[in-house]
Design a protein. Structure first.
Length: 473
């Protein structure tokens, strides 16, 4: 992958930037929202990818190679090429911290700056944030289905290219996975890689027992054996137990066994019984093999005896929901609110630069609603607060015993990064805490309850005014 990502953009971003310049608009201030319209499988998503988004912004630099390529296209004159050669983002970015639960139409990032600068960021920011948010959300669902059992990310070989493997592993850990098998991702993000051996190890020896003994000899303190190469219950497990007993005689205890195929519910139940009977109740049972939250949920219902899940393909590709519909829409231009109108109601945007307050019940401390408002609105949160449905305005709810938290933090001010970045472990803890703020009905794997995300009266009034005028102020 090319290290300089300045041209990681859709061509129309550049042609629009050129148009702004030619029409004397390049320095006018614009506010863009980066948000998703629908969660598809889930009613919420886990915000992710902010650190890489900021890294991209701060490293934009059009060197001679990039300028010469743009010149060769014959589309841009020297005035544009001269301006873009000095490109630097001088604006402001506010964002919802990574690991936070977010809902449709809530901007994950708010970008404010000259329209020339802010326009360039659209495609790359969507690429970065859409993907990591998608994978972090999938991971959170998988971890929830595992009900406290460990989940390892095993997706490297099935990810769509190296960057997806590395940053997908990052997002998966933020979403709740205990670790990844990806060594590069582990090095980059400060975690310990996890894994055992493959079937090829077993098949490279004269027999299964010899393979297990050789592995135990190498890693006596971390002996985890893959037992389904030939026959799980008739061969793999008996041979593993033989080696485990030999290990114990040397003063070491095994980690456990792993299964990668077969009827995982039946096999793990039988494996657990035999391990316990043979004196290894603490040996863990690891499973893998095209798992996702739906399979894990089914295994739980069937009484499967599983301690750790290795989840690869269906996590790193978000198999059942392979893309997040994130968009980047202008909300203000030159001080005026802007709104996109569509016959498809879900595609009508919300105008104005915004703030979001998360409302919590004063007794339970659980999140009960979000309020999207204009950034300059003020509220007296010591008084009862009434929220109204963003579309069906006859629906309202009033809170009397409550408290609020603003969701945004300053990330970039006047082009300078002002937010310290957290470790992946810290972001995972933030994700866990954020998820724990919501009742279970909002986190159901199927048909979750819809969480209240409402517009303030002032923001709603601006939206209605723009709709009445065809989107023009």
């Amino acid at each position: 992958m090319k290290e300089n990502l300045s041209l990681l953009t859709d061509f129309y971003e550049l042609t629009m930037m050129n148009g702004y310049l030619k029409n004397g608009m390049a320095d006018k201030t614009a506010v863009f929202d980066l948000f998703f319209r629908e969660g598809n499988e889930s009613s919420f998503c886990i915000a992710c990818g902010l650190e890489q988004a900021v890294e991209y912004i701060k490293n934009i630099k059009f060197d001679e190679e990039e300028i010469e390529y743009l010149r060769s296209l014959g589309t841009f004159d020297e005035d544009f090429l001269l301006k873009i050669a000095d490109f630097e983002f001088h604006g402001d970015i506010r964002a919802i911290p990574e690991g936070t639960v977010v809902f449709p139409n809530e901007p994950l990032m708010i970008i404010k700056g000259s329209v020339f600068e802010a326009q360039l960021l659209e495609a790359a920011l969507l690429n970065i944030v859409n993907f990591q948010t998608l994978i972090a959300t999938k991971a959170a669902r998988v971890v929830r289905a595992a009900r406290g059992k460990g989940v390892l990310e095993f997706g490297l070989r099935r990810a769509q290219a190296p960057d997806a493997a590395v940053y997908g592993a990052r997002a998966a850990i933020i979403g709740g996975c205990a670790a990844t098998s990806n060594v590069l991702a582990s090095q980059m993000f400060g975690t310990d890689p996890k894994g055992t051996h493959a079937h090829s190890w077993v098949m490279s020896f004269p027999d299964e027992l010899a393979a297990f003994r050789a592995y135990a000899q190498l890693y006596p303190e971390n002996c985890l054996l893959l037992i389904d190469t030939y026959d799980t219950l008739k061969s793999g497990l008996p041979n593993a137990i033989t080696v485990f007993k030999e290990l114990r005689n040397r003063g070491c205890e095994p980690v456990g066994v792993r299964l990668d195929s077969g009827d995982l519910a039946y096999l793990t139940i039988q494996t657990r019984k035999i391990l316990d009977k043979e004196g290894f109740p603490n040996a863990k049972i690891f499973v893998s093999g095209d798992l996702d939250e739906y399979t894990i949920e089914s295994l739980y219902v069937q009484g499967a005896q599983i301690d750790v899940y290795g989840v690869g393909t269906r996590l790193i590709t978000s198999h059942s929901n392979p893309s997040l519909g994130g968009v980047y829409k202008i909300a203000e231009f030159d001080g005026q609110p802007k709104l996109k109108i569509s016959d498809n109601v879900v595609k009508i945007t919300n105008p104005c630069e915004k703030q979001i307050y998360r409302i919590y019940d004063g007794q339970t401390k659980m999140a009960v609603a979000d309020l999207i408002c204009k950034v300059d609105e003020t509220f007296d949160f010591s008084k009862p607060l009434t929220l109204t449905h963003p579309v069906e305005r006859w629906k309202s709810i009033t809170f009397t015993d409550y408290f609020v938290k603003p969701l945004y933090v300053d990330v970039i001010k006047n082009g300078k990064v002002v937010m310290p970045f957290s470790s992946v472990a810290e972001l995972q803890a933030n994700c866990t805490n954020s998820l724990n703020e919501f009742w279970s009905e909002y986190k159901r794997l199927n048909k979750p309850q819809i969480y209240k995300v409402d517009l303030s009266d002032k923001l709603y009034a601006v939206k209605q005014e723009l709709l009445a005028k065809g989107g023009k102020k």
